[in-house]
Design a protein around this ligand. Structure first.
Ligand SMILES: Nc1ncnc2c1ncn2[C@@H]1O[C@H](COP(=O)(O)OP(=O)(O)OP(=O)(O)O)[C@@H](O)[C@H]1O
Length: 590
């Protein structure tokens, strides 16, 4: 059992706690995704730092022994049968055999799984899917249906299978045939349910079938953040691997980075080079305003996290982009895990004969996430609550902690780093390179705890996150759904804990409502407080539920002052060192 004091935890305690946690989890033979992630983790065998009682062999052997078990447990999509085929195919090395492999996929083509409306209704019922609009096509029951029903590109299908995507998720079953039929769609499906592929697969297929006719840019994918744009680009790039248009030239996908932006502006690269561009709104608008990119040839536009891109922060930029894409046949697709009615109304007004797809409940969180709220009394109570999570074995890395502002994120970072926790922080003031490095090491398992603001709340796909902590109550129900959606992805399970204080009595209500919508058991007292009056709803909408929070720190004031004095001394000596001496700046007269 792990024992800690409620006071300040030192570095040794954190390591001992971590190993203790690993051991107890291993003992229980429970599924532990952290074991998968920890394989890449840089756990240094530094006996000076952690003491001699840490037995790494336990961790290592357990990891090896449980490899097969974990792989089996991670097969959430039940793809073992098809994966066996893929593994067999992978052994075939040369190009000739690769061709055979393409034919083998073709030869396996069977009757579509869904052939009539009754089968479609049964499938939709199984995943609680609602599809509304005119002339709705049947959903697909498997990726193989794409070959039977659409002239689907074999290379693209192979790329999908090789990337271990062998069975479509519910949103993919619905959105892929719709988009392949050229329909405008508004799609809402839970976080981590595979929306990215549900727009990438049909988009790539459409671009392939349109062929290489030299018309320039064909498609745009818009995302509200750079991190998400980067992630979509990587996924799109992998899927378009070795795909040629009319057997002439490779399909070209680009991320509109700062450097590509400059190259296009300076005409170092032709704006006709790319078929698909993934971008955030402002970078694109900058190019269009400088007449460095012509959007009149764009036939497909996808808005990921569409409710964000159509809310008041982005609507002007979205509007600018849409008015520059003046192709009358522009196909528009909107995807998100949340779609407030007000946003949906605006979105629907710009679409042609759209189809609306909702998987599950519009405002619900992913059902794989266990949600909990913890009353902390006041700000000091939140740090104690984190330590309690550690004590109770709930703080199982990888963990993400969300805070409402940059200042608070920084302050918590300093607190936890002081405690010796393996932690880093991401917010808008960190450079792009810093952000990328931190994300990379979090994904590799080198970093166990990531503190951030809402900059990482949407879309970012960290595969094995165990726990989300909302250190500060999120401002809206949507923000809550997206934040906690960084866990429980791709069929895995996850936990989310939201801290609240007496100041949050209003702000916590939407959180409880989401918990209820998602089918979580809520205590009777929560049920009682969750009802929002009309006035309260208005207050929340207008941001009046926002709280002026006390600074984060449990360090006594005396120690804080000491720490500050030390930092000031270091800062002053650094300044003195780099300040040019008054005489140095003058030219020598001697
Ligand atoms: N058909 C599939 N089979 C197996 N894994 C899949 C499939 N489709 C998607 N995934 C995996 O599921 C995870 C979540 O997918 P994705 O990032 O597209 O979620 P999302 O619905 O866009 O979530 P969010 O709303 O948070 O943006 C990814 O790791 C992705 O690779």
């Amino acid at each position: 059992m792990v024992n800690i004091n409620c006071g300040r935890i030192g570095i040794i305690d954190w390591f001992a706690l971590f190993v203790g946690l690993l051991r107890s989890v291993c003992d229980l033979h429970r599924m532990d995704i952290f074991r998968v992630l920890a394989r890449g983790a840089n756990v240094r065998k530094d006996t000076k730092r952690i003491g001699k009682d840490v037995d790494f062999s336990v961790v290592e052997t357990t990891v090896k022994d449980n490899d097969k078990q974990i792989t089996r447990e991670l097969d959430f999509f039940h793809n073992k049968r098809i994966m066996k085929k893929v593994e067999d195919l992978k052994d075939e090395k040369n190009e000739a055999i690769e061709d055979e492999r393409e034919t083998s996929v073709e030869n396996e083509v069977k009757e579509p799984k869904v052939t009539n409306i009754d089968e479609a209704t049964a499938l939709r019922k199984s995943y609680k899917g609602k599809v509304t609009g005119e002339d709705i096509p049947l959903p697909i029951g498997s990726f193989e249906d794409l070959v039977t029903r659409f002239s689907f590109d074999k290379r693209l299908l192979n790329n999908l299978i090789e990337k271990h995507f062998t069975e479509p998720t519910p949103i993919q079953c619905e959105a892929i045939p719709l988009s392949l039929n050229g329909r405008d769609i508004v799609a809402c499906a839970p976080t981590g349910s595979g929306k990215t592929l549900s727009f990438l697969i049909p988009l790539l297929q459409r671009v392939i079938s349109e062929g290489s006719n030299g018309t320039g840019l064909r498609a745009l994918i818009i995302s509200p953040t750079k991190e998400l744009a980067n992630q979509i680009f990587i996924e799109c790039d992998k899927l378009s691997h070795k795909i040629f248009l009319d057997k002439k030239r490779p399909l070209q996908v680009a991320l509109l980075s700062k450097s590509l932006n400059a190259k296009l502006r300076n005409k170092v690269i032709s704006d006709k080079k790319y078929d698909i561009i993934v971008t955030t709104p402002l970078r694109l608008i900058d190019l269009v305003k400088n007449e460095a990119l012509d959007l009149s040839t764009v036939k497909h536009i996808i808005f990921d996290e569409a409710d964000k891109l159509f809310d008041k922060t982005f609507i002007e930029q979205t509007d600018d982009i849409l008015s520059s894409c003046n192709n009358p046949k522009l196909q528009k697709s909107l995807f998100s895990a949340t779609m407030p009615s007000s946003v949906e109304e605006i979105a629907q007004s710009i679409m042609m004969d759209p189809v609306r797809v909702i998987i599950g409940h519009k405002e619900a969180a992913n059902a794989n996430i266990t949600q909990k709220i913890v009353y902390c009394g006041n700000e000091e109570g939140k740090l104690i609550a984190i330590r309690q999570l550690v004590q109770e074995g709930e703080f199982r890395p990888p963990v993400i902690i969300f805070l409402e502002s940059i200042e608070r994120a920084k302050a918590l970072y300093h607190e936890l780093i002081y405690d010796g926790l393996n932690v880093d922080v991401i917010h808008a003031e960190r450079t792009q390179i810093q952000r990328e490095k931190i994300i990379e090491s979090f994904k590799k398992g080198d970093l166990w705890c990531l503190i951030c603001t809402d900059v990482l709340a949407r879309g970012v796909d960290f595969k094995g996150v165990n726990l989300i902590i909302n250190y500060d109550v999120p401002r809206t129900a949507q923000a809550y759904v997206h934040r906690i959606g960084r866990t429980g992805r791709g069929g895995r399970s996850g936990k989310a804990v939201t801290f609240y204080t007496k100041q949050d009595s209003l702000a916590i209500k939407p959180v409880i409502n989401v918990m209820k919508q998602s089918g979580c058991q809520v205590a009777e007292w929560m049920d009682g407080i969750s009802k929002l009056s009309k006035r309260e709803k208005e207050s929340i909408k207008k941001g009046k539920a926002r709280v002026n929070r006390k600074q984060i720190s449990t360090v006594p004031k005396v120690d804080r002052l000491k720490r500050k004095r030390k930092q000031d001394t270091i800062e002053a000596s650094r300044k003195r060192k780099y300040q040019p001496k008054s005489d140095d700046s003058k030219p020598s007269t001697s």
